[in-house]
Design a protein around this ligand. Structure first.
Ligand code: FAD
Length: 502
């Protein structure tokens, strides 16, 4: 009997572990509701809801082949021990996981348990992340090589084990004491079918203006691919996305060669999308190579810059609730809470605001965003949180002005008014800085600053100057320069692959 341990790879197709197991014998699928993972500070009810939807579809897909998917709850080693006592299985298959400290420690415990029980645990790569990477040279070429083979079909030889093993009921947020919020109604739905439909609608229709429209929250919701939660939970694989994009590109070129008119924007949109799929793995590689970045600064010369223990709780809460007095920040934070998603630029802006304007250590704001992002992927997330906080030591410091972002990305206040109903009647000219509205205007539009909408909790120019001074001074130090060299060597991207996308 081959046990396949499903983790964040909840799909039937392009599943290396399932394919390999099916070649060896009858398969039993296993999913574990791990209390420690679900109870962690970065986990939210929305993640469980999405995972359960993926699981329901996977269970039905596997059932089509007569393969059972057992659900069990508890500590992974205890679950494996119980299953072993019941079946004496000898082979365990799963994908490699580049997760957080909890899953990393859990995997080490499972290795030790498997060794003691004589169980052969085989792990398979599912992304472009390379285990035990010695250096970054040639990484992009390696990524391309790994992604080149076509996605795997469902294993032809897949068959199940006849058994009457106990399976846990579907565990919901309530079983873990997690609170459901508004996002239940507005978040993306889980499952591979939904993932493929999302990808197809992006590549065939929504994505045409991707390159231009990805930055504004007014257009990004439709123009971005929105495949991120499916990638995080493995309902789609990176390879499936990449190959779908390559197929689409070929179709377009064929149409063009036949003299049909195609929208010229498609080519750059598809190219940008493909690059981002590589970034996905590039960022995850950083956590794989240096797991400590989940907790501590990339650049150790930034230690002490902001103290984790000295978080200003009032500022943090105002930021979380979308009550900072900066409409662009507040609209983003409220939209995120309600939907589980934000586009890249807005994520970068809210994180940079927490770090530079509110001068909060990145860890607590990062944990809040992790809970809110349906697509929370530790490798991307913690690298990005640190990048937007100036602690990676190598990236350009970028302090976003929320006022400028509003004027650039939502000059008519479409997104702002959607998420901040108290500003619905505020004239366009005052939307970026409502506190500048004359008193009478405030009365007329039903938004009195300080009563209906807060005064800004910090002054942008002052906060900006303070952040710039601190960071620029720090970057001049010898220890910072030394750290920057080390980080660039270990994590920095190298020259682009010479092979181009086909
Ligand atoms: C502070 C911060 C935290 C973030 N946390 C996460 C996270 O937890 N999980 C996550 O998937 N992305 C994260 N991102 C990256 C990015 O914002 C999201 O991947 C993107 O917004 C997801 O929407 P999409 O699928 O429509 O992306 P698209 O723009 O359509 O891109 C397609 C895919 O490429 C990958 N990708 C896109 N941008 C990036 C990027 N900058 N870095 C790495 N991969 C990228 C993602 O897998 C994404 O699904 C974060 C960015 C910031 C600034």
């Amino acid at each position: 009997m081959e046990v396949v341990w499903f983790k964040k790879d909840l799909r039937l197709l392009d599943h290396a572990a399932l394919t390999a197991a099916a070649r060896l014998g009858p398969v039993l699928g296993l999913w574990i509701y791990e209390d420690e993972v679900i109870g962690a500070k970065d986990f939210d009810a929305r993640h469980l809801g999405f995972a359960n939807e993926c699981l329901a579809e996977l269970e039905a897909d596997l059932m089509g082949y007569g393969v059972r998917l057992l659900r069990r709850r508890g500590d992974a080693v205890k679950v494996f021990e119980e299953l072993w006592q019941q079946t004496h299985f000898s082979h365990l298959h799963s994908h490699q996981e580049t997760g957080h400290a909890i899953s990393y420690r859990r995997d080490l415990e499972v290795i030790e348990w498997a060794r003691q029980r004589g169980v052969h645990w085989q792990e398979y790569a599912q992304t472009g992340v390379v285990r035990r990477l010695t250096h970054r040279d040639g990484w992009a070429e390696r990524w391309l090589q790994r992604m080149s083979p076509s996605p795997r079909q469902a294993p032809a030889d897949l068959q199940g084990v006849v058994c009457d093993l106990r399976s846990e009921k579907i565990c919901t947020a309530m079983d873990f004491g997690l609170t459901l919020d508004r996002s239940e109604a507005m978040r993306q739905r889980g499952g591979s079918a939904q993932g493929h439909a999302t990808l197809a609608s992006f590549l065939l229709d929504r994505g045409v203006g991707y390159t231009k429209e990805m930055s504004s929250p007014v257009t990004a919701w439709d123009a971005c691919s929105r495949v991120s939660p499916y990638l995080t939970w493995g309902a789609l694989s990176i390879r499936q996305c990449l190959h779908a994009a390559m197929d689409r590109r070929r179709d377009l070129l064929e149409k063009k060669s036949l003299g049909q008119r195609i929208d010229a924007r498609w080519m750059s949109s598809i190219k940008s999308f493909q690059s981002r799929l590589r970034w996905h793995c590039h960022f995850m590689q950083k956590l794989e190579d240096e797991p400590a970045i989940e907790y501590r600064n990339f650049s150790r010369s930034c230690d002490g810059l902001r103290e984790e223990t000295e978080i200003d709780a009032e500022r943090l809460e105002a930021w979380k609730q979308g009550r900072t007095g900066y409409p662009m920040i507040d609209a983003c934070m409220r939209a995120l809470t309600a939907t589980g998603w934000l586009n890249f630029r807005m994520r970068a802006m809210v994180m940079s605001f927490a770090s530079y304007h509110l001068w909060l250590h990145w860890r607590e704001p990062g944990l809040h965003l992790a809970r809110m992002f349906l697509d929370y992927e530790p490798g991307i997330h913690w690298s990005q949180c640190q990048m937007q906080s100036g602690t990676t030591g190598i990236n350009t410091l970028r302090v976003y002005s929320p006022t400028k972002q509003l004027l650039d990305q939502d000059p008519q206040g479409i997104f702002i008014r959607q998420w901040l109903p108290e500003l619905a009647q505020v004239p366009d000219s005052f939307l970026a800085e409502p506190r500048n509205m004359p008193g009478l205007e405030q009365q007329f539009c039903g938004c009195v600053i300080g009563r209906d909408y807060p005064y800004p909790i910090v002054d942008h120019p002052t906060a900006y100057r303070h952040a710039q001074e601190k960071l620029h001074h720090l970057r001049q130090r010898d220890d910072s320069k030394k750290e920057a060299r080390r980080i660039q060597q270990k994590h920095g991207s190298r020259k682009k692959s010479s092979r181009q996308w086909r």
